[in-house]
Design a protein around this ligand. Structure first.
Ligand SMILES: NC(=O)c1ccc[n+]([C@@H]2O[C@H](COP(=O)([O-])OP(=O)(O)OC[C@H]3O[C@@H](n4cnc5c(N)ncnc54)[C@H](O)[C@@H]3O)[C@@H](O)[C@H]2O)c1
Length: 386
């Protein structure tokens, strides 16, 4: 028999058994569960990615809810195990839930939570950091310096791209894509072109107003355009950042043909999900176009990179840290815990998942609601009137 995984237990006599497959930042989420009569078990096993079998053993015979991670495969097997253990709630500690088979959860009547809103600015800031780092070749220059190669100022040393007046392209202008667009437009006075299935009205209004402000101050106004196709963005933009959800329509959205449409000196940033880019095609494109640069937070086969990517000087690679600010990670843990707790307690679902601030205010008690349940309609869950 396999050895049991290491766990840390809080409030052993609690009425409801909640399992967290990972230790998460902060203590508020722990306190909130414990105060509400939960026995909390946190898996502390030194293993980065838990297997389905590991999680089945954590669920055991009686489990009211699980807080899990985007690296886990939440499908038929896990939802049936959770349901057999009497569980009715699961929450990802993530806004994206492409690792979750929501139909399987529906079949077993399990609510699936996610953590929108609290990651928006932090993720957009990482996308902006990667854009700047690529434009100004920060990582290459840092490596050069540390290697002791700097022997004096030179006119050609690490010449990069000026962003001001260039065009930023956003594919997927939802919460994060819009926040990123605003940063690049407002911070660096870039013009915007975006592609999304829906109109980003608030973003358009913001860029219009900012353009008018600049004009009134005697500066060149910024502009925006909603592209009728993704290809239009790829052809026109100088910096392109990807922010769609990962589903069938966005899998390998950036492939060989579409890379070829982009400007030779363009910058491509991906802080969405790895499979949105065909990574093998990207490596070939980077090899053939040394002035084309990428900033990647996510990879097709995490934790691995496709062969050749690590050797490319025109690629900046970071290990899926886009949401990694203290405030955001603690907030994600809180929202995930409250999703599970709310379902266990029979609370309604919060009416506006884009407005999760009341749950994050540490000075007051969170509302008696589940912050964000993605299958609330399918399960017919009541909605909060607050
Ligand atoms: N790297 C990270 O750590 C990290 C952190 C947070 C979020 N994310 C990823 O970012 C994604 C977006 O998060 P969000 O909060 O902005 O979600 P969101 O739902 O607000 O935005 C996603 C947008 O993508 C658009 N979209 C969907 N299909 C599309 C298509 N085929 N073409 C163009 N646009 C399309 C949607 O209309 C929507 O506006 C998440 O689903 C997650 O996968 C990654």
């Amino acid at each position: 028999m396999a050895k049991p995984l290491q766990i840390e237990v809080y409030n052993p006599n609690g009425k409801y058994r909640v399992v967290s497959t990972k230790s998460m930042p902060g203590t508020r989420w722990i306190n909130l569960l414990v105060e509400q009569d939960c026995r909390l078990e946190i898996c502390t096993q030194k293993k980065t990615i838990l297997s389905v079998e590991d999680i089945i053993s954590l669920i055991g015979n009686k489990c009211d809810g699980v807080i899990g991670q985007l690296t886990e495969d939440w499908g038929e097997t896990l939802f049936s195990a959770l349901s057999r253990a009497g569980g009715k709630a699961f929450s990802n500690m993530a806004v994206g839930y492409n690792n979750v088979d929501v139909n399987a959860a529906n079949k077993y009547g399990v609510a699936v939570g996610n953590t929108p809103g609290v990651l928006t600015e932090t993720t957009a800031e990482l996308a902006a950091s990667l854009s700047l780092s690529a434009a100004r070749r920060i990582v290459e220059a840092d490596n050069f310096m540390r290697a002791g190669l700097y022997d004096g100022w030179l006119p050609h040393l690490f010449v990069g791209n000026l962003l001001k007046g260039q065009t930023v392209g956003v594919i997927g202008a939802g919460r994060i894509g819009s926040a990123y667009a605003r940063m690049m437009v407002e911070g660096f006075k870039m013009n915007l072109i975006y592609y999304d299935l829906y109109q980003a009205t608030r973003l358009e209004k913001f860029v219009t107003a900012y353009g008018q402000f600049l004009k009134a101050n005697g500066e060149q106004p910024v502009t925006w355009k909603r592209a009728s196709s993704m290809e239009e963005v790829l052809r026109e933009a100088d910096v392109i950042s990807l922010h769609p959800i990962l589903d069938k329509t966005t899998y390998h959205l950036i492939n060989k043909e579409r890379l070829a449409m982009m400007k030779k000196e363009a910058i491509l940033v991906n802080c969405s999900r790895g499979p949105v880019i065909h990574e093998v095609a990207l490596v070939e494109h980077l090899k053939a176009n040394p002035m084309f640069r990428v900033g990647l937070d996510v990879f097709e086969d995490e934790p691995y990179m496709k062969p050749g990517l690590a050797d490319m000087k025109n690629a900046i690679v970071v290990p899926h840290i886009a949401s990694a600010s203290k405030w955001t990670r603690e907030g994600m843990a809180t929202l995930a815990a409250l999703n599970v707790l709310g379902k266990i307690k029979g609370y309604p679902v919060w009416s506006d998942t884009n407005r999760v601030e009341p749950f994050l205010d540490e000075k007051s008690r969170p509302p008696a609601a589940c912050p964000s349940i993605v299958n609330s309609k399918s399960l017919g869950l009541p909605v909060s009137k607050l």
